[in-house]
Write a protein that binds this ligand. Structure first.
Ligand code: DC
Length: 335
């Protein structure tokens, strides 16, 4: 006995839409698996809690699949789940390797039902990438890996130890004796230096430029990239950074590059720092953001750059909700 899975989203909760979508889904499953209808032993459907107008099992019977035993059920509301989605599980009495069929973006990227996948979100400071990455990871119930936090932790360590951040050899020797870890508490990333939680300290304004300088050193990068790849290989996650799509995970399933004008980026960062109680001068911050971007974009190894296959999103005039919706829409349409 072989099990084939399938799912489709529907445009609206109407009888016609359910009949049309169920028919299309079953026909695709039959043709892609090279089956005859009689070979389907049993077809089980589940519909999301927002579908009320018709039974998928009844639609299947009307579409000529009456020789299988048919069953439909309704799911409870699942946080972060897809809307208007009909899923099916088909039992087949034939020794085939099944082709599962997902139509109209119906493959939900929930951790419990998918293989490991990664979403790369790159872009300059203030482009909105960390906020978007966090929300996406929350909605898909996967990890969020803030790679900038790792470079920031190195920079913090250097500043605390009085080591010059531009001195590669000194930084490498300093980091040799330090344990840098990321841990998760209620889904939130904690950055740990020798077990000390530095998640707040690394956000101090003076750390940003120092992190950018530390990140120019190839040996620092290679060390941190190895850690990032290790985490991404073990867990589905959304990673944000500068080089995720180009260097850390060139084969990531989904890649985005967020941008915004320097003015907008500086304004966002300014408001963020103000809210945390840091007194900063807007013009100085803007100049620093531009300089940092320049430094990140011109370093020798893995500079900030959009991967050729990354989706470019200019967030200058978008709300965070709009950016998240754009990213999700692309993922759903390309899954
Ligand atoms: O995203 P952030 O502002 O926390 O990053 C701080 C610095 O770390 C950034 O200016 C450059 C560096 N960085 C990097 O080189 N590669 C990454 N993947 C992430 C950050």
């Amino acid at each position: 006995m072989v099990v084939i899975r399938g799912a489709t989203t529907i445009a609206a909760d109407t009888k016609e839409e359910i009949q049309k979508s169920v028919t299309e889904l079953l026909e695709q499953i039959v043709s892609r698996n090279n089956l005859k209808r009689e070979e389907l032993v049993s077809i089980v459907f589940s519909s999301t809690s927002d579908i009320h107008s018709y039974y998928p099992a009844k639609a299947a019977r009307e579409a000529g699949f009456e020789s299988a035993s048919l069953f439909s059920a309704q799911e409870p509301e699942i946080e972060g789940g897809l809307a208007l989605c009909i899923r099916t599980m088909i039992f087949v009495e034939k020794n085939i390797s099944p082709h599962h069929v997902y139509l109209r973006g119906a493959k939900v990227l929930r951790r419990d039902i998918t293989d490991i996948y990664n979403v790369a979100i790159d872009g300059p400071a203030g482009s909105g990438k960390s906020t978007v990455a966090k929300l996406l990871a929350r909605d898909y119930n996967i990890l969020y890996l803030d790679t900038g936090a790792m470079y920031r932790a190195c920079a913090l360590k250097a500043l605390e130890a009085g080591v010059e951040v531009a001195d590669e050899a000194a930084i490498v020797s300093l980091m040799r004796d330090v344990r840098l870890d990321v841990a998760y508490e209620n889904g939130t990333q904690k950055t740990l230096l020798d077990g000390r939680d530095v998640s707040e300290d690394i956000r101090r304004p003076e750390i940003s430029m120092a992190a950018s300088t530390v990140s120019k050193h190839p040996s620092v990068r290679l060390h941190l990239v190895e850690k990032q790849r290790e985490i991404a290989g073990k867990f589905s996650c959304v990673l944000d950074g500068r080089d995720i799509g180009t260097f850390v995970l060139p084969d990531a399933a989904y890649k985005f590059f967020l941008t915004a004008t320097p003015e907008v980026r500086a304004k966002r960062r300014y408001e963020e720092l103000l809210a945390k109680g840091h007194a900063v001068d807007f013009e100085e911050l803007k100049a620093e953001i531009i300089r940092r971007n320049e430094q990140d974009s011109t370093r020798a190894l893995a500079p900030l750059r959009r991967a050729d296959d990354a989706v470019l999103v200019d967030t200058s005039n978008m709300t965070i909700e709009e950016v998240v919706a754009t990213v999700k829409k692309f993922i759903q349409e390309n899954t």
